[in-house]
Design a protein around this ligand. Sequence first.
Ligand SMILES: [Zn+2]
Length: 272
Amino acid sequence: MLKKVRNAYPAWLLVAALTACSQHYDPAVLSNDLDWIDLSYSFDASTLYWPNNTKGFEHFTEAEGETALGYYYSSYSICTPEHGGTHLDAPIHFAKNKSTLDQIPLSRLTGHAVMIDVSRKALADRDYQVSVEDIENWEKENGSIPDDTIVLFRTGYEQFYPNREQYFGTSKTGPEAIPELHFPGISPATAQWLIEKRSIKALGLDTPSLDYGQSKEFKTHRILLGRDKPGFENLTHLGRLPAKGIYIVALPMKIAKGSGGPLRIIATVFAE
Ligand SMILES: [Zn+2]
């Protein structure tokens, strides 16, 4: 019953409530009734980082257990490279003078999204790059990507996470791993097409990088981030999303001057 009511919300009402831009709707009234899908991995010792990050996620125990006064207390420290696990690439990662992590407008991190599933091709070819044709095929079925949309690509590679060899294409780490990286990404032509022909807020996918593993020049990063738009990498649970009718909240840790950082990204689905 609740589901019926929820699905009856028109998209504009949901957006108005979630962005709290209307004085007429209390965001809590609608958001309390939403089912959120977590598109993030947990951070722990198994979290995958780019091969040149020799240290991964570290979680130190500062205090844990019963205190002298008889109550329980725990506190930990964390240490992590910016780019690993589910994380956000800030524009400055590949574009000088563009936004650092803390400068990205919240409006670019929240909003409508579409999910383009290329897993059939990507699972058959570790070097697959999402093509313009993939988007045109999606649009034939779903209509043109609306303005101000976050575009998510599903390659199916989450099924390999956190097995480094299967996910990256090599179990090696360090500089010698780089030439052996084989995983799908978004072609530079596709990124350029999306920037020029559509109005996108951000791109995201379920692989370690916007560019495919064999990329040397990271052109897709440079095209997207060069337009001051962020990227979301190492996403999960994209298979639980429909092609459209998705609302995303993607909030990274607010690291001053950061080039990227750990990202909590969640989605909710509504009928259009
Ligand atoms: Zn990154």
